[in-house]
Design a protein around this ligand. Sequence first.
Ligand code: AMP
Length: 369
Amino acid sequence: MRPDTTMVNRTTSLPIGPGGVLGIIGGGQLGRMTALAAARLGIRCHVFTPETNGPAEQVCAATTIAAYDDTRALEAFAGAVDAVTFEFENIPAASVARLAELVPVRPGWRALETAQDRITEKTFFNALGINTAPWVSVDGVESLEAALAKLGHPSILKTTRLGYDGKGQARLTTETDPKAAWESLRTDAAVLEGFVDFTREVSVIVARGVDGATACFEPTENVHRDGILHTSTVPATLTTGQTETARAIATRAAEALDLVGLLAVEMFVTRTGDLLVNEMAPRPHNSGHWTMDACHVDQFEQFVRAVCGLPLGDPARFRPMRMRNLIGAEADAWPQLLARPGAKLHLYGKSESRPGRKMGHVNTPIDER
Ligand code: AMP
C-alpha cells in the first residue's frame, strides 16, 4: 500500500508543551505512569498497544489498539501525535522506521536495536571499554558445550531476545544436561554468561535531552526474587567512587547511543568492587520507581521532559527510600498498605492477578543508611 502522502512530515518539531500529544508505544504500567506524569505538565498521551484495557489505556487521552506491525495503524497514530516514545522496546525495526519518517521518534532506532539483543548490547558496552560478565554467543548444543568449556560452571544461558524478569534463562551447573538446558530455552540464539559472584546489584537511570544535556538519578540497590525485582533501595551501599563510576557508565552509554529519553543500566558489584554491566533498557525502569516519592523530578516526568524536548528537571533525592514490588496476590494487601504510615501505594489497574505479575509497588521512606 502507498503511504498517505497527505500526511504532514513532522520529524523535526518544536518542544511539546501543554496541549501537545505524546505517543507511547506499549500499554503497560510504565506507559501508565508516564501518562500520569505528562498530564501534570498539561501534555496528553496517546497509547499504541495490542491489548485492550491495559494499565496505560485507563489513564491516556487516546488509545490505538493494534499490532506493533500494523503499518496503517502506525501511520494514523503518527498523524495524531507530536512525538513517539516507547515504554516497551521490542517493536519491529520496520515499524520504528515508518514512524520515524512521519514524526520525531525518541529514543531512536539505535538505542532500541541495541537493547533488543543481548549480544548487540554486550558488544556495545565492551566496545566502550565497559565490562560485562564474560560471555560467548551460542546457537546450539555444540556451541553451548564449547562455551561451557570456556566459561565453566555455574553459568547462565539466556535467550538473546525477549527475555525479561528471569524468563528465557537457565542456570547451568555441573549437574545440568546442556542438551536439556538448550532445549528448555526454545530458541536458536542465546548467550552463555559466566556466573558473577556479586555482592550486590545496582542500577542507574540517566536522562538525556534533545540538546544532549544529561541528568542522572542516584544509583539504587536492587534485590531480585525468583528473577523478578523485589526491592530497590536508596542510598545504595556503594563507595563514592563506585557511585561516580556507575553514573559515568550510564551517561557514557546514553551519549554513545545518541539517546533522547531515559537509559536504565543494571550492574553487578563484584567481590573486588568492580562494576559489570548486566543489561540496559532505553525507557523508564522498575528500579526507578522509588524516584516517584523521593526526588524533585521523578523518572517518569524526566522521561516526558526529555522526549518532549523540554528542559530536564532536578533528579536530586530528598529522602532515603525503599520501593517494594507487589507481585501477584501481594497486591491484595492494599488496604493494609494504605493504612501504613509513610507508605505510598501505586497500583497499576490490572484486573487480573497472576503469579509473577507486577500489580503495583509501594514506596516506604527508610532511615538514612
Ligand atoms: P537479567 O534478566 O539478565 O536481568 O537477569 C535476571 C537476574 O538474574 C539478575 O538480576 C541477576 O540477579 C541474575 N543474573 C543474571 N545474569 C547473571 C550472571 N551472569 N551472574 C549471576 N547472576 C546473574
